[in-house]
Write a protein that binds this ligand. Structure first.
Ligand SMILES: Cc1ncc(C[n+]2csc(CCOP(=O)(O)OP(=O)(O)O)c2C)c(N)n1
Ligand SMILES: CC(=O)[C@@H](O)[C@H](O)COP(=O)(O)O
Ligand SMILES: [Mg+2]
Length: 638
């Protein structure tokens, strides 16, 4: 490595090996360069930002202290993976991140041996790191591999984390959990764990000893002699007793910290220290979300995943604000209105107040707004308790994150037949977030439960009406809608009736049946087909369950072909339900064609790109109908 401290260093970092010989000043210069790359990325497109700014020093210290070709490193959730990607051989392609065919915005084992799990959902890192430690202990004991999980304070309260902490006592000798405490989830963190961490950070006694320990540590060379290291460990243990961290100590962890998560030297010393402790270690590091770019540090909520923006030095000069109204706006406004109209109605979010656009509810009706933190399982069971007590809870959780609560949807809600309303935002392809965030399994995972009513608005006019239906229905309801601009289809809107679809047009040449917000594409396709002399009808299914068998099977019987369209997995989805119903009536299903998500995980990319690849652009739908019609026309001369 060059002797100068000026850099640039980042372009020359082909792997973490290149960090080994770097001095502290050089590492600090490298950190500046990494932050610059992060800022330049957001000048091109929206991406995760403040979280990545906050872990730059931690990432460098980790990769300098451990060899993660041998040791194990799991970044919880994975949205803060950008610095890690930049120093593990992906600097040259970094600008492609979150674009179709480019790097993923989360860890991706296909890209690098330094990425062990493709993640995007919070909370599993301690479990997987413990599992890796256990596996290595069984198969590679002689190598003494370390297993490190880096988890944020927002992810930390997730139930699965405590399941892992509970299990670690018995088998976590080589487990290090780095708790990255920046006081933020996406919004400010909530709950008792947050209060506990605040106390740990604020403890005056500990602050005093921190300096003492830090001074002592600074005297301890990286490989200080055992006696001094032993002294440091004694101090750590004493400090833990004085300064707290006892919750972790009582669970069998050595609690170390809190330490400054932006001080590379101190991080290295404590990481090194943790390597020599033969029990699970919880290293509590304190960082600033957005560190190094003042506007992000001042407003880490906006800058969690900000829109593209121009900057001049430390100033944002122009941020691209989306003017379009999304289904999320329609939903959150409808929720607010219904909560104002009915005091029984509550809304629950699992740390996604910003994503669900529930800020107005939080401000105007705080007593009926519940942010559980990243605790979806608890949120659903909690809502069931509210419903049992006579409340009408709305569980506003992204489709993909709701998967976390599956057993409670089954046991606490469906089995009890309780009036819980699930609002599944991001129902469908989530775009650049990719396979961890596409909400495409909800039709399948909900339809199997008895008592469930499942609705998918065909447009923005349907959504509030469906919410009204759900709030008066005495049983569980789910309403799913995509991460997309809300569309209104001009028509004489039929009222929402349980299990009834809405026929927009009957056509003698075929029928398109949409279940969900791709309805407007079907309307457009039918209009194009009409110009070609094909009169293809359009039905707005509205209900996945109960299915409007009467109307839909009439189409199967009478139309030359039926094409079902859904932004959901075909397996167990709407088209499957149609086939099942038709088969039960002994109808010919050979002329039912299903468009939807095949049996594959769909990569990241813009939603329209991905839908087009799956034949669900308007052109794709026209093409399917055209081919179906041709197949139905008798061959010339026959
Ligand atoms: C199961 C699950 N629920 C919700 C989310 C949405 N989400 C992504 S990051 C985040 C906040 C994470 O906070 P923290 O772990 O403290 O990381 P930080 O951004 O502060 O670095 C949330 C709620 C998720 N990814 N997974
Ligand atoms: C990391 C994570 O899970 C969230 O930041 C998610 O990316 C938010 O998605 P939206 O941007 O669609 O709200
Ligand atoms: Mg945090």
């Amino acid at each position: 490595m060059t002797k100068s401290n000026k850099g640039p260093f980042l372009p020359g970092i082909a792997s973490p090996d290149d960090l080994r010989g770097m001095s502290l000043p050089q590492l600090e210069q490298l950190a500046v360069e990494i932050r610059d790359v992060l800022c330049n990325l957001i000048a091109c497109r929206s991406a995760h930002f403040a979280s990545n700014l906050g872990v730059v020093e931690l990432c460098l210290a980790l990769h300098q202290t451990f060899d993660f070709r041998k040791d194990r490193l799991i970044w919880d959730t994975g949205h803060q993976i950008y610095p890690h990607k930049l120093i593990t051989g992906r600097y040259d392609e970094f600008q492609s991140i979150r674009t179709k065919g480019g790097l993923m915005g989360y860890p991706n084992p296909v890209e690098s041996e330094y990425d062990l799990f493709m993640t995007g959902h919070a909370g599993a890192s301690v479990s997987t790191a413990l599992g890796l430690a256990s596996g290595d202990d069984l198969l590679r004991k002689e190598e003494g591999r370390h297993s490190v999980a880096v988890i944020g304070d927002g992810a930390f309260p997730s139930g699965v984390v405590f399941e892992a902490l509970n299990n670690a006592r018995r088998q976590g000798e080589k487990l290090l959990v780095v708790l990255n405490d920046n006081r933020m989830s996406i919004c400010p963190r909530v709950g008792g764990v947050a209060d506990y961490l605040d106390r740990l950070r604020m403890n005056p006694v500990y602050d005093g000893s921190k300096d003492v320990v830090a001074k002592l540590l600074n005297r301890v060379p990286l490989l200080g002699d055992p006696a001094e290291r032993f002294l440091v460990q004694i101090k750590e243990a004493a400090k833990a007793g004085i300064s707290g961290g006892m919750m972790f100590e009582d669970l069998g962890f050595r609690y170390v910290g809190p330490i400054d998560g932006h001080n590379i030297g101190l991080l290295r010393k404590y990481l090194k220290l943790s390597q020599n402790i033969d029990q699970p270690v919880l290293l509590h590091v304190v960082t600033e979300k957005g560190h190094g770019f003042q506007p992000a540090a001042e407003d880490p909520v906006t800058f969690h995943a900000p829109p593209q923006f121009e900057r001049r030095e430390e100033e944002v000069v122009a941020m691209k604000k989306s003017s379009s109204r999304a289904y999320t706006h329609v939903a959150s406004e409808a929720i607010l209105e219904r909560m104002k109209a009915d005091e029984r109605v509550t809304v629950l979010t699992a740390a996604m107040c910003q994503g669900n656009k529930l800020d107005a509810v939080r401000e105007q009706i705080p007593e009926r707004f519940f942010d559980t933190g990243i605790c979806e399982s608890h949120a659903v069971a909690f809502a069931a308790g509210q419903a049992k007590a006579g409340v009408r809870p709305i569980v506003d959780i992204y489709s993909t994150f709701l998967q976390r609560a599956y057993d409670h949807i089954f046991q606490e809600v469906a089995l009890q037949n309780l009036p819980v309303t699930f609002m599944l935002d991001r129902g469908g392809l989530a775009g650049p977030d990719g396979p961890t965030h596409h909400g495409v399994f909800d039709f399948g995972y909900l339809r199997v439960f008895p008592n469930m009513t499942i609705m998918a608005p065909g447009d923005a006019l349907d959504l509030p009406a469906m919410l009204d239906f759900a709030l008066q229905h005495d049983g569980p309801c789910a309403i799913r809608y995509p991460k997309a601009t809300a569309v209104e289809i001009a028509r004489d809107v039929a009222p929402v009736e349980h299990g009834r679809s809405e026929v927009l047009d009957w056509g003698e040449d075929g029928c398109l049946i949409a279940c969900g917000a791709l309805l407007h594409r079907c309307v457009e396709a039918a209009q194009q087909l009409k110009h070609e002399g094909l009169h293809v009808g359009v039905i707005n299914a509205r209900f996945l369950k109960p299915l409007d068998a009467e109307t839909i099977l009439r189409a199967v019987r009478e139309c030359p072909f039926v094409v079902t369209v859904e932004e959901a997995a075909l397996a167990g989805g709407f088209g499957s339900a149609v086939l099942e119903a038709a088969a039960d009536e002994k109808l010919d299903t050979s002329r039912v064609i299903r468009l939807g998500i095949p049996d594959a995980f769909i990569e990241h990319g813009e939603r329209d790109e991905l839908l087009a690849d799956l034949g669900m652009s308007v052109e794709g739908i026209v093409k399917t109908c055209r081919e179906a019609a041709a197949a139905e026309r008798p061959a010339v001369g026959s």
